[in-house]
Design a binder for this molecule. Structure first.
Ligand code: ATP
Length: 847
């Protein structure tokens, strides 16, 4: 660790701001930027009220409220939220140094101004000051807060050249070296402008004598980085933005509630969701809630009359016996001639043409989210950390970046490019080039739209000729996980759309042996997206219970392909069937596994269905526990999670819940380590302001140690904490399997199941094409025909970095730790360190 003397003479000053519409997770992003900046030896600042605050700087007359017409704020979106530390601002000294011995030790701050009311602002001298120094503890407890605690605004002034020059001036005189901006496409367009004009602003300020020669040299380049905080998910070049997942969650909760009343009264509901230029929320909500029809800006209905197209789709659903109709419309929805499609117009059509009792629900600002979900907390934290890294690595030669994500890979995209691509979407829509607009959205969006159409429409457009129709088996295995039913719904509907027979096998391989197999129809699976658990029934029995008997059943039911939805047992089943293909020709059909387990322990895939639902259940429970711990002031809660011998849920849950320590089976728990952890907790509680300590969380996976159980650790902490802190334990058990699956699990299930079905189909066709006589015969597995087979047709669908791929069970076995039932390596292992960094453990470690 560096010594005090190695600290740069002038620590870098890094500021973070939120701008545009608020979104859930913005506070988590600010928290991550502040903590990472301090950890890296920088001084951290927050800029209140977005670009407006930066234009106002710290020279604003004390009594000028931001909403004053004189300063031309377009709109103030949240109350003034004072924070930062009075001492810093008054004394120009760090807040409270605590154990601050060198650049790598966080400056622990009191955080005393946190979440105080507007009335406090004047008293604390913050009115008129928008660029505020903050310490480590100023952002404590921010993870689970909705909106943005540092305020946001839409600023007219910043749209002008003078406004941006003033913003540049304020950054320079406050000595801010680097700026992280969290906002939507507008805010980042503003950031891009400021970046492009920066040299001119510096030259102009110098010419006017407002800054010195030295300042002009020192601040010759603006280091700026963007974090995309927007509920609409409207930024091209990134899969998902901070806040979109929570907004989707809120929408789905509302539509799920509406669905039950709609079915009760046999009504139609038209639900308007946000998305002026982007239909992401509408598409994903459509998939996740099993809606009947959606309208989005990027892909208007193809025919001349959207009215006819929509009514035909809905009438077919009604003809099949559906009692409810849900239409989701993005606020920016348009037809092919760019005319807006509004909910009231849709209602009129449904009422008049179909005679449906139709209601309109506009979800409005409830979609902004409130408390962020697990995904937004994690995304904001990972991106906040990356933003600090990016800005600190920046040189005059490197581009300014926007931090994005592609599947599971945090990315850096040049700001100019990201802004350009985003603007092109709107331009293409204006030009009515909808295909081009859609191609600029992330692959998940396009795939989602395709999946929605495939599974929501009933027609013969995609049906295959009789001789190509297959018999596809679908089975669940292992333990229940959110998304299993959504995946099955998609698979069943895909099969029906193509003319295949979907044969669902109840109660796993045991059920197969008992002929517990049924063919499901379109309506039967209609509500399955929202159902938790496993509608088919699960157990852990793998096919080696009796391979000969299982093969006989494959023949009896004439299976041409098999989809296995489940966790480690699903992987093992694919492997067992593959290994037995030499002996049993019935297994020489394409077999694909779809990982579904809350433990996320399937090798070589970064995600499994159910892990997002489970993380959200964990985070909700931890929020409640933390509140209890905080109310009791000096309390540490040791929370036990499920996960078998895989620490995924514990680590990611700890990151999302803001735990200070996490114990995993991969690392284990040792006496020496425990001693150091106790030492850290003591130091941490000592640094708290008396009477203002918040509770702290420690998360422990159930299999981390046979000796240091939750009970033992809780007792050790209680004993050692003495009068500094006490300790309690909580075990979350099966609550982690979650109730209703999270929207992300539902959507992921749909996407991946669709791909699995396409895989099964194409491999079955390839196999037949290369078989001896080249003919295709349904149920060939049962015919005893010698089918060609290879390891490449016994696979699992996996997500690796930014790619979704099919990985053979053989390859997976090489990467599996069979004894501990997990992968040999995992992408999230390093996040244990990040939990400890964010919890302050790294900064205070062992000194
Ligand atoms: P949301 O996605 O929630 O709408 P946003 O960041 O896109 O968020 P905007 O209102 O478009 O929200 O932009 C926020 C602020 O960014 C504006 O009030 C303005 O100050 C600045 N801004 C937007 N566009 C520009 C631009 N072209 N030039 C300069 N500044 C801009």
């Amino acid at each position: 660790m560096a010594s005090t003397s190695s600290r740069p003479p002038q620590p870098r000053r890094l500021a973070v701001m939120t701008s545009g519409g608020d979104s859930a997770g913005m506070n988590a992003a600010v928290r991550a930027v502040v903590k990472m900046a301090i950890f890296k030896g920088c001084e951290a600042y927050v800029i209140r009220e977005g670009w407006e605050g930066l234009v106002l700087g710290n020279n604003t007359p004390e009594n000028t409220p931001i909403s004053s017409p004189s300063i031309k704020a377009e709109k103030v979106l949240s109350p003034l939220n004072p924070l930062g530390a009075k001492e810093v601002e008054e004394n120009k000294e760090p807040i409270r140094f605590g154990e601050h011995v060198n650049a790598f030790v966080p400056t622990y701050g009191e955080g005393e101004l946190l979440r105080e009311g507007v009335g406090e602002a004047q008293e604390l001298g913050l009115r008129g000051r928008y660029i505020i120094r903050v310490g480590w503890d100023d952002v404590r407890g921010w993870m689970d807060q909705g909106g943005t605690l540092i305020g946001t605004a839409r600023s007219k002034t910043f749209r002008t050249l003078e406004g941006r020059e003033q913003a540049a001036y304020n950054l320079i005189i406050e000595g801010i070296d680097a700026l992280a901006v969290c906002g939507g496409d507008g805010s980042l367009t503003g950031a891009d402008k400021l970046r492009a004009e920066w040299p001119d602003h510096v030259a102009s300020l110098k010419a006017k004598g407002k800054i010195t020669e030295e300042q002009a040299t020192r601040f010759a380049h603006l280091k700026i980085v963007g974090l995309v905080g927007s509920i609409d998910n409207d930024m091209a070049t990134t899969d998902i933005t901070i806040g979109a997942s929570t907004a989707l969650q809120r929408i789905c909760e509302s539509v799920d509630s509406i669905s039950s009343t709609a079915a009760s009264h046999s009504r139609a509901f038209v639900v308007e969701v946000m998305g002026r230029h982007c239909g992401w929320l509408a598409v994903m909500a459509g998939i996740a809630t099993g809606a009947d029809y959606i309208f989005i800006p990027e892909s208007p209905p193809v025919g001349e009359s959207w009215e006819t197209e929509m009514t035909e789709v809905l009438q077919k659903h009604r003809d099949l016996g559906k009692r409810k109709s849900i239409v989701i419309v993005a606020e920016g929805a348009i037809d092919r001639n760019l005319n807006p499609i509004k909910p009231e117009a849709i209602k009129t059509v449904l009422s008049e043409k179909l005679g449906l009792d139709t209601r309109v629900t506009t979800l409005g600002h409830t979609q902004r989210g409130g408390k962020p979900d697990a995904n937004d907390r994690i995304l904001a934290t990972l991106q906040g950390v990356e933003a600090v890294e990016a800005v600190l690595e920046a040189t005059p030669e490197t581009p300014s970046y926007v931090i994005g994500i592609s599947e599971n890979k945090i990315t850096r995209i040049p700001l100019v490019y990201a802004v350009e691509q985003t603007q092109k979407v709107a331009e293409n829509i204006e030009r009515k080039d909808f295909d081009a607009a859609l191609s600029l959205r992330d692959p998940e969006f396009e795939e989602g739209l395709k999946a929605f159409k495939f599974i929501s429409q009933v027609n013969d457009d995609n049906k295959l000729p009789k001789e190509k129709q297959l018999r596809i088996g679908i089975i669940h295995i292992g333990a229940p996980a959110g998304g299993m039913n959504a995946a099955t719904r998609t698979a069943v509907r895909y099969c029906l759309a193509r003319g295949h027979s979907p044969l669902v096998i109840h109660n796993g391989f045991l059920g197969l042996l008992e002929d517990n197999v049924a063919e499901l129809n379109w309506l039967r699976v209609d509500n399955w997206t929202v159902r938790g658990g496993s509608e088919l029934g699960v157990n852990r029995t793998t096919p080696d219970i009796d391979l000969g008997a299982v093969a006989a059943k494959f023949q009896q039911f004439g299976l041409d392909g098999l989809l296995i939805v489940g966790g480690f047992e699903a992987f093992m089943s694919v492997k067992i069937l593959d290994d037995a293909r030499g002996q049993y020709p019935a297994f020489r059909i394409p077999i694909v596994g779809l990982p579904a387990t809350i433990s996320n322990n399937v090798p070589m895939t970064e995600f499994s269905l159910g892990s997002d639902t489970s993380l959200n259940a964990l985070v909700d429970a931890c929020d409640a526990v933390k509140q209890s711990a905080s109310a009791s002031r000096n309390r540490v809660f040791v929370v036990e999670t499920q996960g078998g011998k895989c620490g995924y849920i514990a680590v990611m849950g700890a990151l999302a819940a803001g735990a200070v320590l996490v114990y995993t089976p991969e690392v284990g728990i040792g006496l020496q380590q425990l001693g150091k952890d106790v030492g850290f907790l003591k130091k941490r509680f000592l640094l708290d302001v008396k009477g203002k300590s918040e509770g702290r969380l420690v998360i422990r996976n159930e299999k981390s140690s046979d000796v240091y159980t939750n009970d033992v650790i809780t007792k050790i902490l209680k004993e050692e904490g003495k009068n500094l802190f006490d300790s309690r334990s909580a075990s979350l058990g099966h609550t982690l399997q979650g109730g209703t699956p999270s929207p992300l699990d539902r959507v992921r299930a749909t996407r991946l199941a669709l791909r699995c079905c396409e895989f099964l189909e194409s491999k079955a066709f390839e196999q037949r094409a290369s078989s001896k006589n080249g003919t295709f015969r349904s149920g060939a597995a049962g015919s005893g025909e010698k089918l060609q087979y290879s390891n490449e047709t016994a696979v699992m669908i996996t997500i690796q970095g930014s790619t979704v791929m099919f990985t053979s069970a053989k390859d997976m076995a090489e990467h599996a730790d069979m004894k501990n039932r997990r992968g040999k390596t995992a992408w999230w292992h390093g996040h244990k360190d990040l939990v400890e960094l964010m919890g302050g453990r790294k900064g205070l470690a062992d000194n």
